[in-house]
Write a protein that binds this ligand. Sequence first.
Ligand SMILES: Cc1cc2nc3c(=O)[nH]c(=O)nc-3n(C[C@H](O)[C@H](O)[C@H](O)COP(=O)(O)O)c2cc1C
Ligand code: SF4
Length: 483
Amino acid sequence: MWKPPQRIRHSTRPGLWPTEAEAKQSTLLQPLAHQALRLASRTWVPAMVPWRATTDGFVTDANIDWYARFARGRPGAIVVEATGIRDVPSGPLLRIGHDRFIDGLAKLVDAVKTASGGQTRLFIQLIDFLAIRRRPAPQIYFDRFLPITPQHRAALGAEGWPEAAVRAHLAALPRAGLSEILTSSELDALDNGMRDRVTDTHLPHIADLPRVLPDLFATAADRAHRAGFDGVELHYAHAYTMASFLSATNTRADGYGGNRDGRLRLPLTVYHAVRARVGSAMAVGCRFLADEAIAGGSTPDDAAVYATAFAAAGMDFLSLSRGGKFDDAKQPSVGDAVYPYTGPSGYECMPGYISDTPGPFGRNLAATRTVRSAVRAAGHTTPIVAAGGIHGFGQAEAIVSDGTADIAGLARQALADPDWFEKVRRGRGAEVRLCEYTNYCEGLDQKHKQVTCQLWDRTGLDEPGVRRSSDGRRRLIAPDWPT
Ligand SMILES: Cc1cc2nc3c(=O)[nH]c(=O)nc-3n(C[C@H](O)[C@H](O)[C@H](O)COP(=O)(O)O)c2cc1C
Ligand code: SF4
């Protein structure tokens, strides 16, 4: 993962922990109700993919253990990992693109309700993503993948040549020559692997996205409803399809790109389709970026406009993330796929302890505050979820009390210690196992390995009933807190 050049080592500083009585009085632990969103406290575990589904997308016992373990800490809400809305293979990621997935998801819902004593609301993050291929060896790219076009022939003066000769000629060109002949997306496919973009409207399946996605999302949300989830979070963040529609880099000329209204059109249409299908009793919100953190990307001012439009449309909550884009990701090795959390914007999404002067704790809060202020100024009371380096009680309490956000999201801190919420509630915050923001977990995610935390995954491996990773070396969920 990319790290800021300043390379200052920051350590987690949680500050003072509250007594049980102080915790009880805190804003953080007060209930929150807005439309269909009803939380017992203003705490939230944002989506984290643990790579535990079956290779065909079904819920496993290891998935159920993972979410039940978070639920034992009784956060206000847990968002189940990004779950694919299409019925297409996507490796060991959860899927919800067919009714056959509902039974497994319903078991997961039951496990969370039981483990939290009904105190934790469970949402599922619905995602669509576009095709992406591994980076090819250059020879293979020129031999097989690059479609030869009249533009290539014209640029080479190679009209009438056999295709094999055009390919061989291109393969032999130096980089400077190639840059003059290949388009920017052809060069990118050579350097990083081919991937579809929402702006590739010459491809029928990309041009068609505004027609197919609303129903795909609505049907997936309906399945979530039938599985018993309390709500859905539409994934409009990071490097995926819907985020790319919202992005300031979206130049589609078909009314679904260009200016802010155009970029908002599909995200709003998807929301309305989902709402029409599941009704107003189920919470429907979205996660999007307070700042894309890339050159030419959406800024907090853009995000404020998006948020106000989502709130006006009736969303029950808005969860804000940051960065995580393909645009500045590290070039993958030949044979690997580009990964959106490896560049500077990826760092903004999951900042680690080696950082710059602002450091990894609360990097997205200023942008979150900008977005929330705009939503409030427009007269909407939609709750806003903040995330990014939140680990201390005082920090979380300030965020929900000083106008920055309404709900504090703790992702890696909850992975390091799922009992954070319960420890705070009982006045035993000093027992919290503090996340060190090393991004060991994120490294596992990047390699598509079962995600665990280095602070506990080698502890008590021989205890009875401990479920281990496929290589047998790590436990899969945090040890129990001996209360
Ligand atoms: C292992 C891992 C998997 C993640 N998976 C998702 C995901 O599925 N969807 C999502 O929106 N964010 C995902 N994230 C980002 C987190 O939700 C969160 O925004 C980020 O880690 C910053 O918050 P934190 O500092 O509290 O960890 C993931 C993060 C990690 C560490
Ligand atoms: S591995 Fe554990 S300590 Fe390191 S960042 Fe992830 S959750 Fe935090």
